[in-house]
Write a protein that binds this ligand. Structure first.
Ligand code: SF4
Length: 350
């Protein structure tokens, strides 16, 4: 173990200050902190809580209902990243819709959906555009390519979200945030710095290896001890202050900010992205004159509280009993990045 990592581990395990809460905003961080055994190093006075950084988890129930409507009522082929297929909607998941005859295809990229549309000119193909700044550029690229090629049988059902306004909604939830390195690699650091300067919100940007997470945690602990708000980029090999300018330009060209509903957090103003007017023909809601569809979450599910750090997955009454990865009641048990799934896999109940 090199000296820097040993020092970071000693700072974490030797912390004797006031109780602190650190929110790992990103679902991948949640899983890695469990998987790498970092949670076992934490003394009792450091509470690491999960946040809303899993794109599948924060997608509202109504969005699943919209996708099922397109699949069953409009006979569209639904293309989606695999996780979303098992997320429960109000009455059914996309897996349930598939059991009723809907065509639901897992894809690895939005461009796969464009290809499928080209191969099936007599079918309508819808890509479920869900995700943060990390995946939104690829959805924009798909819309752009479809428009350039004049594809008329392809559209996107958008639920893309942006992180900065979610951070605003979470102010006060934790003493410091661990910001997702892959998101900041796209957006840059300006929003996090602004939060620190204007609202006194502290945070560190972290990478995803054991060393990077240990160092980010140790830096957060040391700076919290000083008592002043801070922002620190602990992932400088990937995250630059200005972000990825090509990705930002592409998103700005194809999409624009809009209000967006987050599971558990409600509608956060200007926290989503929708297709610009020039791309209206590729917006599934407009193309199919979709009626307003309101989802109803399962009242037993506490995903909303889990995503805001208000409770731990194990505080949910159905965790590990009725709700398991094989039979998920809520989105946080479905996704590989979901907090409930991480607790289920790593907390020793299996
Ligand atoms: S354990 Fe299941 S039902 Fe409970 S909050 Fe998590 S996903 Fe929802």
């Amino acid at each position: 173990m090199n000296e820097q990592i040993k020092a970071a581990r000693d700072i974490i395990t030797g912390y004797k200050g006031r109780p602190i809460r650190i929110m790992e905003v990103c679902g991948t961080h949640t899983h890695e902190i469990f998987r790498l055994g970092i949670r076992k190093l934490l003394p009792e006075n450091i509470d690491v809580i999960s946040g809303p950084g899993c794109p599948v988890c924060v997608t509202a129930v109504g969005y699943i209902d919209e996708a099922c409507w397109l699949a069953l009522e409009k006979n569209c082929i639904i293309c989606t990243f695999g996780d979303l297929i098992k997320v429960p909607g109000t009455e059914m998941s996309l897996a349930g819709a598939r059991a009723k005859g809907a065509q639901v295809r897992p894809v690895y990229s939005p461009l796969d959906a464009v290809e499928l549309a080209k191969e099936n000119p007599d079918k309508q193909v819808v890509f479920l555009a869900v995700g943060f700044e990390t995946t939104t550029p690829s959805a924009c690229l798909a819309a752009k390519q479809a428009k350039e090629e004049g594809l008329e049988n392809f559209s996107l059902l958008t639920a893309n979200k942006t992180m900065p306004n979610a951070y605003n909604a979470l102010v006060g939830s934790a003493d410091a945030f661990i910001y997702p390195g892959h998101v900041n690699a796209i957006t840059g650091n300006a929003a996090c710095k602004k939060l620190c300067e204007e609202k006194g919100v502290s945070g560190v940007v972290a990478g995803f290896t054991a060393n990077e997470l240990l160092i980010a945690l140790a830096v957060a602990i040391k700076l919290l001890e000083k008592g002043e708000p801070f922002f620190k980029n602990c992932y400088p090999r990937v995250v630059k202050d200005e972000g990825n300018l090509s990705a930002i330009k592409l998103m700005d060209e194809v999409m624009e900010p809009c209000d967006s509903e987050w599971r558990g957090l409600g509608v956060i103003p200007m926290s989503g992205m929708k297709l610009r007017e020039e791309y209206a023909g590729y917006d599934s809601r407009i193309k199919y004159s979709m009626p307003e569809i309101k989802g109803r979450p399962n009242p037993a599910c506490r995903c909303g509280d889990v995503l805001q750090g208000k409770c731990k997955p194990s505080d949910c009454k159905v965790f590990g009993k009725v709700c398991t990865p094989l039979h998920p009641v809520g989105a946080c048990m479905v996704s590989d990045e979901g907090a409930c799934s991480a607790y289920y896999q790593y907390s020793g109940i299996i």
